[in-house]
Design a protein around this ligand. Structure first.
Ligand code: PPS
Length: 416
C-alpha cells in the first residue's frame, strides 16, 4: 500500500494559505489512507514512515498537535532516563525525543537543509523515544505487529485548536484572526485535521495493553496521578521524593523557564528560516497552559459552533454495527460518569461552558465504547473507522466515501 494525496479543495484553504503567506508553495493534500491534511511534500516521506522499522522497546507518543505532547515527552524522557534532571535541563527535548514527521510539516524553504527526522528517529539508541501527530493509518505498520508501548494524549478541541492558532502565529507569523483560524479548523483544512481522526481512532484503541490513554485535562487536574499511571505503564518505579521532584520540574512555570523545554531556540530558527524577525516578547511556545481558556477567547458564535461540532462528532451511533449485542452500563455507573451540573460526560470530562469536571471513569466498558455504542444518553465517540471513511458531516467533499464497518480498527490493529 502506498500513500497518495488529493489536492485539498475547499474555499477556506485559500484563506489559510494566504494567512501563511503562501509559504506552503506546493499546497496541501488530503492523504489516502488517513484522510488528513498535510503539506504536499509529506507524500515524499509518507512511505518511509509507513515502512519505518519498529523496535519492541521503543516508546511512541502520539497526539493531535497542541495536546500536551511536550509535557508528556519530558515526563516520559525522565522516567526512561533514571530521572536525569541535569541532562533534561541541558539538552533540548527535540533532541532527546524525536518527532518523526517534523521535516514533512515544514514549508519548502525551511525543509531544505533541515535534518532528516525519520533517520534521526531511527538512529537513536534504544529504547528510542518517538513522537508523532499522525493517525494510525499513517503510522509505521510495524507498530501494530511489534506492539511497542504507545502513549496517546488527548486535549479538548477548543483548547488544542486555540493553542494551535497561537503556535502558528509564533512560528509562521500567521495573519488570520483567531476566529478565522478556528473556522478553518472546523472545516478540516488545517494541517493534521480532522482533529477527530486522531482522537477517535486512539480512543477506540485505548484498551489495548500496549496503549496508554492520557489527557491534558487529567494532567492539569492531578499531574501526580498521571506520573504514577505513566510510570506503571512503562514499568518504572517512582519514589515519593522523585514524584515530588517530577511534579516541580513538570510544572508550567518550570517548563516555561527551562530553555530545554520552552523551545525558544527552535521557534527562533523556524522564524528565521522563513525570513521573520524574532517573535514579540509576549509570544512563547509555553503560552498559557490552562484548561478552558479558549472558550473565553472565542466569539459566542464560535463557541456555539464548536459545541455543535463536538456533539455531532462524539454522538453515539445507536443502532449501527454491534450495538445491539452490547450490554448497557448499569444506571449507577452511567450517573457516576456524568458531570453533576451539566449531566454531561465524555472523553475530556464535561464540556459545559467553563466546567472542568473530570473525564469519565477510564474503566468504562471498553467493548461498549469500542463499538461506539451510545449509552443512556451519554456521548461516546461514534466510529472506529478512520474519519475519512466515516459518513461525517462537514468533511471534505472530495474525500473517498467508502463505508467501513465500525469494528474495522481492531482487525486493523492486528494486521501488519
Ligand atoms: S506540539 O507542538 O504539538 O508538540 O505542542 P504540545 O506540546 O502538544 O502543546 C503545547 C501546549 O501545551 C502546553 N504545555 C503545558 N501546559 C501545562 N503545563 C505544562 N507543563 C505544559 N507544557 C506545555 C503549552 O503551553 C501549550 O498550550 P497553550 O494552551 O498554548 O498554552
Amino acid at each position: 500500500m502506498s500513500v497518495t494525496g488529493e489536492p485539498l479543495k475547499h474555499p477556506l484553504a485559500e484563506l489559510l494559505s494566504a494567512g501563511f503567506g503562501h509559504r506552503y508553495r506546493e499546497g496541501f493534500v488530503v492523504t489516502q489512507p488517513g484522510g488528513i491534511v498535510m503539506p504536499a511534500e509529506f507524500l515524499l516521506d509518507a512511505q518511509r514512515i509507513l515502512d519505518f522499522p519498529v523496535k519492541e522497546d521503543d516508546v511512541w507518543l502520539v497526539t493531535f498537535p497542541k495536546s500536551g505532547t511536550t509535557w508528556t515527552q519530558e515526563l516520559v524522557w525522565l522516567l526512561m532516563n533514571e530521572m536525569d534532571f541535569k541532562t533534561a535541563k541541558e539538552i533540548c527535548i527535540t533532541e532527546r525525543f524525536r518527532y518523526i514527521e517534523r521535516m514533512s510539516t515544514l514549508p519548502k524553504a525551511t525543509r531544505q537543509g533541515a535534518p532528516d527526522t525519520i533517520q534521526l528517529a531511527a538512529d537513536q539508541p534504544s529504547p528510542r523515544l518517538i513522537k508523532s501527530h499522525l493517525p494510525p493509518a499513517l503510522l509505521p505498520r510495524q507498530l501494530w505487529s511489534v506492539r511497542p508501548k504507545i502513549i496517546y494524549v488527548a486535549r479538548s478541541p477548543t483548547d488544542a485548536a486555540t493553542s494551535y492558532y497561537y503556535f502558528n502565529r509564533l512560528v509562521h507569523g500567521i495573519s488570520l484572526s483567531l476566529d478565522e483560524f478556528l473556522e478553518c479548523f472546523l472545516a478540516d483544512v488545517v494541517q493534521f485535521t480532522p482533529y477527530w481522526t486522531s482522537v477517535l481512532e486512539f480512543w477506540n484503541l485505548r484498551s489495548e495493553p500496549n496503549i496508554l490513554w492520557n489527557t491534558y485535562e487529567e494532567m492539569k487536574q492531578d499531574v501526580g496521578a498521571v506520573i504514577r499511571k505513566t510510570a506503571a505503564f512503562l514499568g518504572k518505579s517512582v519514589t515519593d521524593e522523585q514524584l515530588h521532584q517530577l511534579e516541580g520540574h513538570l510544572s508550567f512555570s518550570s517548563m516555561r523557564a527551562n530553555p530545554a523545554t520552552n523551545c525558544s531556540d527552535v521557534m527562533l530558527s523556524l522564524r528565521t528560516s522563513i525570513g521573520l524577525p524574532p517573535p514579540p516578547s509576549d509570544q512563547a511556545f509555553m503560552r498559557e497552559g490552562k484548561v478552558g481558556q479558549a472558550r473565553l477567547r472565542m466569539s459566542p458564535e464560535m463557541n456555539r459552533r464548536f459545541d455543535q461540532w463536538i456533539q455531532e462528532n462524539i454522538r453515539g451511533t445507536g443502532g449501527r454495527a454491534r450495538k445491539a449485542k452490547q450490554a448497557p452500563l448499569p444506571m449507577a455507573r452511567r450517573a457516576a460518569n456524568r458531570c453533576a451540573a451539566h449531566a454531561n460526560a465524555h472523553i475530556f470530562g464535561c464540556l459545559g461552558n467553563g466546567c472542568q469536571s473530570p473525564p469519565p471513569d477510564a474503566a468504562l466498558d471498553p467493548i461498549v465504547c469500542r463499538a461506539g455504542a451510545e449509552v443512556g444518553g451519554t456521548d461516546f465517540p461514534k466510529s472506529a473507522a478512520p474519519t475519512d471513511l466515516r459518513d461525517s458531516q462537514g468533511g471534505h467533499r472530495n474525500r473517498p466515501r467508502k463505508k467501513w464497518p465500525l469494528v474495522v480498527i481492531n482487525p486493523m490493529f492486528k494486521c501488519v
